[in-house]
Design a protein around this ligand. Structure first.
Ligand code: XIL
Length: 445
């Protein structure tokens, strides 16, 4: 059977209509991430880009779900002081004004970092660099004085790997280890009400890097260097999964007498695996009383800095993903499973090979509704070239231009009761490749 081109032609006309259906998803949860987190005494934030605030679905999702905002790039040195003593706050102000107008708190990110650092900073000699660093901290913090809940004063100052050493940067190389302490002292003077954080990645479990940060924080606390919080970026994927000692690591820092915050959470993946990982991260924060809030690194997969890894809670159409339900459930909200009705439409997609022969196989995907009835669903199946789908049943597929990615929707009625399942199937010609197809996230409305 060669139904592929027939189906492509037959479904082309439906594409526009089904895309609209997906975009029209609205969360009907009686609860939101922000309100559920507030019920646990915590904020739930997102990284926000000024450039997307004009997109109504972006702003609506942000405003509905989140109680904290972190400007994703707008407060970095290259954005705020691109030339020496020439400060520009236009984009950062847009994010802060929007967030404050919605009653959100704002995380300031970030004052001293080796990256997104204009080249003029790196060419200064030591004494001048010290002046420029302290001036930058003072000017930016003064502009936002009273508006910022927590500042990432220093970002990513330690090396990856087993050395536990400081990372090379203009600040480290010219000012030595003491630049971090100096930055925190300057920051405290500039805005005494802001919590001052050290922020880093690959510090999420106990390892040489986090041990080095731990030793620094311990030393700061012992000597009275002003530090209030440690940020754990928490960028996870299959190569860097949520560590099994994540909670224990948060706790050991908290035990030093600082707050801990999850500052840039994103977890690449889809479906149940991604949802489970998200739920675990939220559970770890809730189990640590000084874990005061969680920020995910973006509102929608569409604009994620790792959008190929679909690492966030809302898909490109702003539909809540299974990960969203898992987070809401972990926060004690009513949308994801604890609730009893009124929840957010959600589904999962799982793959199984139902038959195999020399040069082909049949794949079967099971779609299961979440804890709320759904009226339709969408998922993707990605083949490894040169495999080709030669037949499909019980679904309405469309293909991307490569012919490898099949977006699948119900063939007729996509309604499923809460927890109910349906299946669709397809035949694949292996063409020499034994790869197993990858099934993407399931989204429902
Ligand atoms: C990223 C932004 O998301 C991107 O838009 C930008 O191009 C690069 O920086 N650690 C951090 C964040 O502290 O500032 C980074 O944000 C992601 C890694």
């Amino acid at each position: 059977m060669h139904l592929t081109s027939l189906l492509r032609a037959a479904t082309a006309g439906l594409l526009a209509a089904t895309a609209l259906t997906a975009a029209a998803h609205t969360a009907e949860a009686a609860d939101t991430l922000g309100s559920a987190a507030a019920g646990k005494g915590r904020y739930f934030g997102a990284a926000v880009s000024a450039s997307h605030l004009g997109e109504s679905a972006y702003a609506a999702t942000l405003d509905r779900e989140f109680t904290s905002a972190t400007p994703e790039n707008e407060m970095k040195w290259d954005a705020t002081e691109p030339a020496r003593d020439s400060f520009t706050f236009t984009s950062a102000d847009q994010v802060v004004d929007h967030a404050r107008g919605q009653g959100m708190s704002v995380r300031g990110h970030t004052l001293v970092w080796h990256s997104q650092l204009p080249s003029w900073v790196g060419s200064l000699a030591a004494a001048d660099l010290r002046t420029a660093m302290n001036n930058h901290i003072t000017q930016v913090m003064t502009h936002y004085k009273g508006e910022i809940h927590s500042w990432d004063v220093v970002n990513e100052a330690f090396q990856d790997g087993g050395s536990g050493a400081r990372r090379s940067s203009p600040f480290q190389d010219k000012l030595g280890d003491g630049f971090i302490e100096e930055a925190f002292r300057t920051a405290r003077a500039a805005d005494p009400a802001a919590k001052l954080c050290y922020n880093d990645y690959n510090t999420d479990g106990a390892n040489a890097k986090s041990n080095a940060v731990y030793a620094m924080v311990k030393d700061f606390k012992a000597r009275g260097v002003p530090i209030d919080c440690v940020g754990f970026q928490s960028h996870f994927n299959s190569a860097s999964p949520v560590p099994s000692d994540y909670q224990a690591n948060l706790q050991r820092f908290a035990d030093l007498g600082v707050d801990v915050q999850i500052t840039e959470l994103d977890i690449e993946g889809s479906g149940t695996a991604q949802a489970t990982a998200y739920g675990n991260v939220v559970g770890a924060c809730l189990a640590v009383s000084r874990c005061t809030g969680i920020t995910v690194w973006g509102v929608t997969d569409k604009y994620s800095w790792r959008s190929g890894g679909t690492p966030l809670l809302f898909d490109a159409n702003y539909a809540a993903k299974p990960a969203y339900d898992a987070v809401l459930t972990a926060l004690g909200g009513s949308g994801g499973g604890g609730g009893g009705g009124g929840g957010t439409a959600a589904c999962t997609a799982t793959y199984a090979t139902s038959a195999q022969w020399n040069d082909g196989y049949n794949g079967q995907v099971t779609i299961t509704a979440g804890t709320t009835a759904i009226s339709t669903w969408t998922t993707t199946v990605t083949l490894t070239s040169p495999q080709k789908v030669t037949a499909t049943w019980n679904s309405t597929p469309t293909w991307d231009t490569t012919g490898n990615v099949m977006t699948v929707r119900p063939s007729w009625n996509g309604s499923l009761a809460a927890g109910a399942s349906t299946t669709f199937g397809f035949t694949v010609a292996k063409n020499g490749s034994a790869a197993v197809p990858a099934v993407g996230a399931c989204t429902a409305s």
